[in-house]
Structures are given as C-alpha cells and as structure tokens.
Design a protein around this ligand. Structure first.
Ligand code: PTJ
Length: 260
C-alpha cells in the first residue's frame, strides 16, 4: 500500500479499501468514475451500519443457491470489484466452480488484460476476457456490450457487483438470472436484478464463500426451494426499512461522539 494505515485507526477497513482502489486506479485497473462510484457505495454503507444485515444474508443465500443450481454460472468482474476483492473472487470460484469473466462498462482492451492478470495473480483460474470468442449483448452500445461466447453470452446465471444499471437490464433481457451486489437499494441495478444483495462487495463475497461451503451439502430440491421462496421485492423493502428505522433510532438516541 502507498500509505500505511495504522490498524488502530477507527476507520481502518474503510481507509484500506480506498487505498486498494487508488492503487487499482494507478495500475490501470480502475477508471476515475470507479472512484466516484465507491464514494456513493461508502455513503450507503454508513447508512446500513457497515455490517452484513439479515436482508443481505437472505439474498446471499438465494444467490448462492441459484449459482449452485445453474448450468453455466459466471462471475462478472469489473475494475472496482477486481481491485477490491480479487482474493475473495478466487475463493468463490474455487468453492462453486463458476467461470470468471472480465466485463467492463468503460471498456478498453488494455484494461481487460490488466484486470485478467491481476485476477490470475490472486488465484483466479482461467479468466475469460481478452482472448475469448466474442459476442454482443443486445441492448448495449458497442463496446460496452462485448461479452465472451463461452462466458456471459451462454451463461444462465450471472453475478455482478458494483455495476451499472444498463448492463443488469441487458442481462435480464437476454434471459439470464442476475444476482447483483449493490449497496444502493435504490439503484437501477438493485431494482432490476432477480436477487439484490445490499451489502459491501468484499463482505458479500466472503459471506457467499461461507454459504457456498454449507449449501453444497444440500440436494437440488432443497436449493430449488431456497430460490423459489426468495422474494426480491420484500428483501429490497426490508433494506429500506432497516435504513429508515436505524436512522430514526439514531436520531432519538443522539449521534454525537463522547470525547471526554
Ligand atoms: O470497471 P468498469 O469500466 O466496468 O466501471 C465500473 C463502474 C463502477 C465505474 C461502473 O460500473 C459504474 O459507473 O457503476 P455505477 O453506475 O456508479 O454503480 C455502482 C453501484 O455500486 C452504485 O450503486 C454504488 O452505490 C455501488 N457500490 C459502490 N461501491 C460498492 C458498491 N456496492 C457494493 N460494494 C461496494 N464496495
């Protein structure tokens, strides 16, 4: 890291994440717009209380069940997700057997290659991106719609994180089941996905790794039941209720820090 953050700092984890993104930006993995997107995510994480809540856990469980049931599951990785969570993505791939594809909103071939290298150096296997046979996802202007024929194009399930709403919509229109990790429950992505995980991407991925290890022991029927019982509209509503109730409680109790 460029700046050593003292582990005793009360905002240590948050500052380390910022450093990872700034480093990713300097290495050509992250676009400047990604830094802005991170700031928006941080603001929502403050409102949620920077922990994985029940509504997120429920969505993560459904997402893992859907992933394990899928014939061709793909984890779609952009610049921010790669810079923040490369090790966790590798772990999730190992435990689920999903393919990993680099898919960018602000696409350049150079950046696809750099992100591939970054993911491989953190243990991700057989990353799809620069060397694949290409197809175009309908509804997205070129080159935003470029996907791999054997990856996202033929996937039945796609996990996206920190993603733009247009892409989620295009994936849904192409008939895929989409699980999205997005801290903003009001974003287009959050409101378009089949399963919306309102949680921070690194925390969510860690949680999904743990859940996958558990759910792998279930039968197909049990996994199908988890997916069928899942109601995204209710879960998104629960995330909004949590924020409203938490803020009301804090407003009643007071938020000033006692420095005496
Ligand atoms: O790498 P590229 O070219 O594919 O571009 C990536 C960005 C992030 C620039 C692009 O996808 C984009 O513009 O995204 P948006 O439209 O800003 O949406 C990002 C969403 O992710 C917002 O709703 C943020 O609140 C949310 N978000 C930001 N950081 C995190 C997050 N959600 C979960 N975990 C985070 N760490």
């Amino acid at each position: 890291m460029r700046f050593e953050i003292p582990p005793s700092h009360p905002r240590y984890h948050s500052l380390v994440m910022r450093e990872k993104l700034v480093e990713g930006f300097e290495e050509g993995l992250v676009v400047p717009q990604g830094l802005i997107a991170h700031g928006r995510g941080e603001a929502f994480d403050y409102l949620i209380g920077e922990e994985t809540r029940d509504f997120a856990l429920e969505a993560e469980r459904a997402a893992v069940a859907a992933l394990l049931l899928a014939r061709r599951p793909v984890i779609s990785v952009n610049g921010n997700y790669a810079a923040l969570a490369a090790e966790e993505i590798a772990e999730l791939q190992k435990v689920t057997g999903a393919l990993v594809e680099v898919n960018l909103f602000y696409r350049s071939e150079e950046r696809v290659r750099r992100i591939e290298e970054h993911l491989k150096s953190h243990g991700v296997d057989a990353v799809l991106g620069s060397g694949c046979e290409r197809e175009h996802l309908p509804g997205l202007d070129s080159p935003r719609g470029i996907v791999c024929r054997d990856g996202i194009y033929s996937a039945d399930f796609v996990l996206v994180a920190i993603e733009d709403g247009d892409r989620t919509e295009a994936l849904r229109r192409a008939g895929k089941t989409v699980a999205a990790i997005d801290l903003n429950p009001l974003s287009r992505t959050a409101r378009t996905a089949n399963i919306t995980i309102v949680d921070e991407a690194v925390r969510a991925t860690k949680s999904m790794i743990r859940l996958a290890a558990d759910l792998k022991g279930l039968s197909r029927e049990e996994l199908v039941r988890i997916v069928e019982r899942y109601d995204n509209s209710r879960v998104l509503g629960a995330s909004l209720k949590w924020i409203v109730e938490r803020l009301s409680r804090l407003a009643e109790e007071g938020v000033t820090l006692d420095l005496s």
